[in-house]
Design a protein around this ligand. Structure first.
Ligand SMILES: *[C@@H]1O[C@H](CO)[C@@H](O)[C@H](O)[C@H]1NC(C)=O
Ligand SMILES: *[C@@H]1O[C@H](CO)[C@@H](O)[C@H](O)[C@H]1NC(C)=O
Ligand SMILES: *[C@@H]1O[C@H](CO)[C@@H](O)[C@H](O)[C@H]1NC(C)=O
Length: 582
């Protein structure tokens, strides 16, 4: 921070509680543009972007106005009759447009209660904005073939005299046949061309599951469970077929309200000592976990997605933050636990958020593969050790200034065998993560620095009955980020305003492995700027965001670098060149 800023702070008191930053805001700025503009998330192209679909189908069209406290929008789905089942891949194309003033909103899209997409909206301008999201949804093929399901979308919006933005949404499903399509020579084979924002353990979903069981809520407010705190545990009772030989749980999660910026929440001791009124506390460690019949079977420290009103909304136009339009889902291989599940009994799959406060939106899809040649399998868990959470905390503060550190780590391994007509295979699922968070306050709390790194690895190994490894899928991730906010008083003439000077640096680094195939994604976003704020409205400001995305695997590279300043795209370069990372 400059000496000038520090001096200013000595002479003025800042009209906001320091632990209120970062926060969410709306942009009440005049628009410099005369026609609607396109927003986007920097994401790699899907192979299908180069191809003509066999058929496309508009599956949903709806305007989300004052939808708060209303049931979600639901419409009957049926697969396309003109290309029947002659498709091998399906892409969901989500389009939205909005004009006026509005906050960012969270949205979910479900087919038969199974989630297909978790997305958040961009904040509109007076002239209007629009965007699109494309996601490969081939892994949901078993649902996409059915005629008896509803497609449901929840987007809880508030429209009144102040917040005028209505979100107009169209969803198309595009069906492709990669097996018969004739490719122009310069287009890489889509079967090899694997580029995704989130790689996760995607090899686990190939081929797509035979059944998908939603582990979700009733659906009258959307199919997600709303988790309001650490003790607010949700579960659903399910029964799975006796001939299930493989099961993978795909968890969708997003954080909101007092936990929207959980990684920047100070401990309650800080809030209490300083008599602060903020409800954003409970420290800066969170872990979302999954249980079967109350037994821990996996957990995740989630990637910190910034929504478009977060920190400084001017950062996220027209390029939104990493993951804002396509939030990550998390994969848990439950095959080692099948011994607990294939016994004709009902079992409870549940979710909770350790040290969480209100509120988290969580649900999952259980992908199931069955043995078509037998009516039941034999299965038994071999290794199940309740993995201990190692957590260390340090705090050192005097009134509003000081620092807080938390370091959390968990290592878990699950091993189990399943004997079906395919053979007797042992699955080893290992997962571990380490979260390091440091929070510091200076200048009477007006300067706040948040630094966090999440490092995680997961691996699924399958062995045959001779002990030989027959398949291996793994992912290694690093998510470092830094958020700096300085709160300063606004100009004297503008009452009750304050100035926020902010820097954000955010990285998504993933290395995915399937057998000998390796791919690496390196996605880095750096933003800096200031804004003048009254309540939660941005009155003026300036911001710059630079982002570069690179992908490389054994066959190819892809990279794209963009720079946006004050809402304008200054540069945008795409190249097939490789630059190293990891
Ligand atoms: C914010 O980022 C800019 C540009 O990278 C840098 O010059 C400045 O020192 C940063 N501010 C803080 C408080 O770190
Ligand atoms: C907080 O409130 C208590 C009780 O009113 C008071 O004794 C204490 O000095 C206050 N602390 C601060 C930092 O203002
Ligand atoms: C399957 O393989 C495991 C590990 O080799 C072995 O312990 C188990 O007894 C086998 N199960 C059956 C039913 O043969």
């Amino acid at each position: 921070m400059s000496i000038f800023l520090s001096l200013l702070l000595l002479f003025f008191t800042v009209p906001v509680s320091p632990s209120h930053t970062p926060d969410r805001y709306t942009k009440s700025l005049p628009s410099f543009h005369h026609k609607p503009r396109e927003y986007f998330e920097l994401a790699p192209p899907l192979p299908s972007d180069f191809l003509v679909p066999s058929c496309s189908h508009q599956v949903l069209r709806h305007s989300f106005a004052n939808t708060i406290n209303s049931p979600p929008f639901s419409i009957r789905y049926s697969p396309p009759s003109d290309c029947a089942s002659s498709w091998s891949h399906v892409v969901l194309e989500f389009r939205a447009e909005c004009r006026g003033e509005q906050y960012d909103r969270i949205a979910g899209l479900w087919l038969g209660g199974a989630e297909l997409l978790r997305t958040s909206t961009a904040e509109p301008t007076k002239c209007g904005i629009f965007w699109k999201v494309r996601k490969d949804i081939t892994r949901y093929s078993s649902l996409l073939l059915r005629y008896d399901l509803h497609l449901t979308m929840m987007l809880e919006n508030i429209v009144n005299r102040v917040y005028t933005g209505v979100y107009h949404v169209t969803v198309n499903f595009l069906y492709y046949n990669y097996n018969t399509v004739k490719l122009p020579s310069m287009i890489p084979d889509p079967k090899l061309y694997r580029v995704n924002t989130w790689q996760g353990l995607e090899g686990l979903y190939e081929p797509p599951a035979d059944f998908i069981i939603p582990i979700s809520d009733r659906g009258d407010k959307g199919f997600w469970f709303r988790i309001d705190g650490e003790s607010d545990f949700h579960s659903k009772s399910i029964r799975i077929p006796q001939n299930t030989y493989r099961a993978v749980l795909e968890l969708y999660v997003s954080f909101h309200g007092n936990d929207e910026f959980w990684y920047s929440n100070p401990p309650n001791s800080y809030i209490k000592t300083n008599n602060l009124t903020t409800e954003r506390g409970n420290g800066a460690y969170r872990e979302i976990y999954v249980t079967i019949d109350g037994k821990f079977i996996g957990s995740e420290a989630p990637f910190p997605v910034f929504f478009t009103g977060g920190v400084n909304p001017l950062f996220w136009e027209p390029v939104v933050s990493i993951g804002a339009f396509n939030l990550p889902s998390h994969d848990f291989d439950l095959t080692p636990c099948l011994g607990m599940l294939v016994n004709k009994k009902a079992h409870r799959i549940g979710f909770g958020v350790s040290e969480g406060i209100s509120y988290w939106l969580v649900n999952a899809n259980l992908h199931i593969w069955v043995d078509h040649k037998s009516r039941e399998v034999q299965a038994k868990p071999v290794v199940y050790n309740t993995p201990k959470l190692k957590i260390k905390r340090k705090e050192d503060f005097k009134l509003l200034d000081g620092s807080f550190k938390v370091q959390a780590e968990r290592k878990a391994v699950f091993v189990g065998w399943v004997k079906s007509s395919l053979g007797n295979f042992t699955t080893v699922f290992s997962q571990n993560y380490k979260l390091k968070n440091s929070l510091s306050f200076q200048n009477n709390g007006a300067y706040k620095l948040v630094k966090q790194t999440i490092k995680a690895t997961r691996e699924v190994k399958v062995l045959n009955d001779l002990g030989a490894v027959i398949s291996r899928v793994g992912v290694r991730r690093r998510y470092p980020f830094v958020v700096i906010t300085s709160t300063l008083p606004g100009p004297k003439k503008k009452k009750n305003t304050y100035l926020l000077v902010t820097n954000v640096s955010h990285v998504l680094n993933e290395k995915y492995m399937k057998g000998k195939f390796v791919s690496v994604v390196y996605n880095v976003q750096d933003s800096e700027g200031w804004m003048l704020v009254k309540d939660h409205s941005v009155l003026s400001g300036a911001a710059t965001t630079r982002q570069s995305f690179s992908y490389r695997d054994d066959f190819r590279c892809y990279s794209r670098t963009v720079k946006a300043s004050d809402g304008k795209l200054i540069s945008d370069n795409t190249s097939p060149a490789c630059f190293s990372s990891v």
